[in-house]
Design a protein around this ligand. Structure first.
Ligand SMILES: [Zn+2]
Length: 141
């Protein structure tokens, strides 16, 4: 399995866990200017979540970014305010443990809720006997 496939599985798993509806979009990688300070984009016009390759090195950070982008996705498909500052969006962020509006890269700390959902995903993979450990943090871009 490629990193991209696993991250897409995460998108589907997390969206189902949190909202009971599966994410049907795609996932791609981007390489941003580090000075920009954002690590993902929900590109509604392309129906994709774009993940900055830098976050792949950090366990939990990639998950936090995915969850943040899924909050954008959820608000967007439900015609709620889906911008970073919108109340609706911030409300959805709280469901996944708040503070998933970004902090600085070097000082990143995952929330308890993010750790829980990641562990749940990893358990579900073990049940399916999917080998994922090598793939997860090696970007194949
Ligand atoms: Zn955002």
């Amino acid at each position: 399995m490629t990193t991209q496939e696993i991250l897409l599985m995460k998108c589907r798993f997390y969206s189902k866990e949190i909202w009971g509806k599966e994410y049907k979009g795609t996932l791609t990688f981007i390489e941003n200017d580090p000075c920009l300070g954002y690590f993902g984009i929900f590109a509604n016009w392309k129906k994709t979540i774009e993940i900055d390759v830098r976050v792949l090195k950090h366990k939990y950070m990639v998950d936090t970014v995915i969850l943040h982008e899924l909050c954008h996705w959820w608000c967007y498909i439900n015609k709620l305010g889906w911008d970073d500052e919108d109340k609706d969006f911030l409300k959805e962020c709280k469901k996944v443990g708040d503070k998933i509006v970004y902090t600085e890269y070097k000082r990143f700390v995952p929330t308890k809720k993010v750790r829980q959902i990641v562990n749940k995903f990893e358990r579900s993979l073990r049940c399916q006997e999917v080998s994922w450990t090598q793939a997860v943090f090696v970007p194949d871009v």
